[in-house]
Design a protein around this ligand. Structure first.
Ligand SMILES: NC(=O)c1ccc[n+]([C@@H]2O[C@H](COP(=O)([O-])OP(=O)(O)OC[C@H]3O[C@@H](n4cnc5c(N)ncnc54)[C@H](OP(=O)(O)O)[C@@H]3O)[C@@H](O)[C@H]2O)c1
Length: 263
């Protein structure tokens, strides 16, 4: 309540009220937590992933908490599915909606180095982590230039800068994401569009299983790091940077568990 007795949007925590946020890879981990967090902050959220059951469960959970949500099932690595995601957002509620925030999150890991990772998975990994991510950044960037504002948040990784013993080929895809997001920032800054690269350290999520980590080896390797990040730690960081004044752009941010020495 302010002094006149009116509950302000900021005071009620609805700091993203009136904004629409698109989140790729929302069926699990960081994407799921970010959808919940941004919806909790008052944003209408458009969520994408391939696993329909998980996406629909999340949509139900957000609705039950009074949030506004649209679920669009699709593959974040396919240009046609990305086009449909953006088009369905704009035609949601009879076309009255714009979008303000795009969280480029969908992605996957792959265990091993150049000699030891499975080359049969290289193409699939680059398709979603690099090609799909770049395509949605490009399309959203073109739209936001016209609109003269907006936020694009690309989820990279600390391994973009610090080669990981767990997944070197994967790291190369995140190095590409970081470079592409920074190039996009330079393209969009004159139009008042903010681009942020978020580089998480180790987050416990579906990531480790999809990447093919051996649970025991992984557990031994990260044991010295203490408590690892939860997806909600990254989601809260994203919420924070989105709510800064429009003239403040956090260009990049690395967020690690406190005990994580490397990568
Ligand atoms: N966990 C970590 O330690 C860590 C650290 C740094 C960066 N990251 C990055 O954070 C992002 C999210 O990972 P996470 O940790 O949250 O892992 P996660 O729990 O496995 O979630 C990954 C999400 O991406 C989606 N996804 C994967 N391929 C997709 C595709 N082709 N099309 C659509 N969605 C796809 C998955 O949904 P569907 O399978 O349902 O499609 C899922 O919702 C990734 O970009 C990852 O590289 C993770």
């Amino acid at each position: 309540m302010d002094m006149t007795g009116t509950t302000t949007q900021a005071a009620s925590g609805q700091v993203l009220s009136g904004k629409t946020a698109i989140i790729t890879g929302a069926s699990s981990g960081i994407g799921r937590a970010t959808a919940l967090t941004l919806a909790g902050a008052g944003a209408a959220v458009v969520i994408q992933a391939r696993r329909a059951d998980r996406l629909e469960n999340l949509a139900r959970e957000i609705s039950e908490h009074g949030g506004k949500v649209l679920a669009v099932i699709g593959d974040a690595g396919l240009e046609g599915d990305i086009d449909r995601l953006l088009d369905e957002t704009l035609s949601w509620e009879n076309g009255g909606r714009t979008y303000d925030i795009v969280i480029v999150n969908a992605g996957r890991g792959l265990v091993g180095g150049i000699l030891t990772s499975d080359p049969g998975q290289w193409q699939d990994l680059y398709q979603v982590n690099v090609i799909g991510a770049t395509y949605i950044m490009r399309r959203a960037g073109q739209y936001m230039v016209e609109k003269k504002g907006g936020d694009i948040v690309a989820i990279s990784s600390v391994v973009a800068r610090n080669l990981s013993p767990f997944g070197a080929f994967y790291g190369s895809s995140k190095a590409a994401v970081s470079v592409i997001a920074e190039a996009l920032r330079r393209d969009l800054a004159p139009s008042g569009v903010r681009v942020t690269t978020v580089m998480p350290g180790i987050v416990l999520s579906g990531f480790q299983e999809v990447a093919g980590y051996n649970a025991e080896n992984f557990g031994n390797a990260v044991a010295p790091f203490g408590k690892l990040l939860d997806p909600s730690d990254v989601a809260e960081t994203i919420r924070w940077l989105l709510t800064l004044p429009a003239h403040v752009n956090i260009n990049e941010i690395a967020i690690r568990p406190t005990g994580q020495v490397y990568p």
